[in-house]
Ligand binder design. Structure first.
Ligand SMILES: [Zn+2]
Length: 164
C-alpha cells in the first residue's frame, strides 16, 4: 500500500508529489528549478530513505542549482537515491558534482537523435549496468521513422563521467 499526495507550492513553475511506502518516500519533482524554488518542505524527509525522480524536471538555472545543492547536502549517505534523470540533470551532475550530494544515482535517460528525421528520443539506462561494463548502444532504431540510424547525442564516457 502506498499513498500519493500532490503538494502545490505557491510557485506555479515547480511542484512535487510525495508517495509514501513502507521503505521510504518517493518524490516526483515536476517543472522548473530556479531562484523561486523552495525545497524546505522536503527537508523533513531526510531522516528516512528517499528517492527523487527527476523525469519531469524541464529546466534548471544556476540559482536553482545552488538551491538544490544546499538542499541535497542535508541528506545523509545511504538515504538518498536519484532515478530517471533526464539529460539536463545529467549535464548538471557532470559539471557540478555537488549536485548529487551523497546520492546514489540509479538510472538516467540517454539522449538519441535520428539522422533521418531529427526525432529525439531518450532511453533509460541503469547506472549499475554502465558500471558493470554493459555497453550503451551508440545507435538505436528511431520510433518515428524506423530508421536504424538514431545516434546517441554525445559521448558515452563523458555522459557517464558523474558515475566515477
Ligand atoms: Zn527518425
Amino acid at each position: 500500500m502506498s499513498t500519493a499526495r500532490a503538494i502545490n507550492l505557491t510557485n506555479e513553475n515547480f511542484q512535487f508529489e510525495i508517495t509514501e511506502s513502507g521503505t521510504g518516500n518517493h518524490v516526483n519533482l515536476i517543472g522548473i528549478i530556479d531562484e523561486d524554488t523552495d525545497f524546505s518542505a522536503l527537508l523533513k524527509l531526510k531522516t528516512s530513505p528517499v528517492v527523487f525522480n527527476f523525469k519531469n524536471i524541464t529546466s534548471i538555472n544556476s540559482c536553482g542549482i545552488r538551491t538544490w545543492v544546499n538542499f541535497v547536502k542535508e541528506f545523509p549517505e545511504g538515504n538518498v537515491t536519484f532515478i530517471e534523470c533526464p539529460p539536463l540533470v545529467v549535464r548538471q551532475m557532470n559539471m557540478v558534482p555537488s549536485f548529487m550530494g551523497k546520492a546514489k544515482v540509479e538510472s538516467v535517460f540517454v539522449p538519441y537523435v535520428c539522422d533521418s528525421c531529427e526525432h529525439e528520443q531518450n532511453k533509460l539506462v541503469l547506472v549499475s549496468d554502465y558500471k558493470k561494463g554493459t555497453s550503451i548502444p551508440e545507435t538505436i532504431q528511431c520510433e518515428k521513422c524506423q530508421s536504424e540510424e538514431m545516434e546517441m547525442d554525445g559521448n558515452v564516457k563523458q555522459y557517464f563521467s558523474f558515475a566515477k
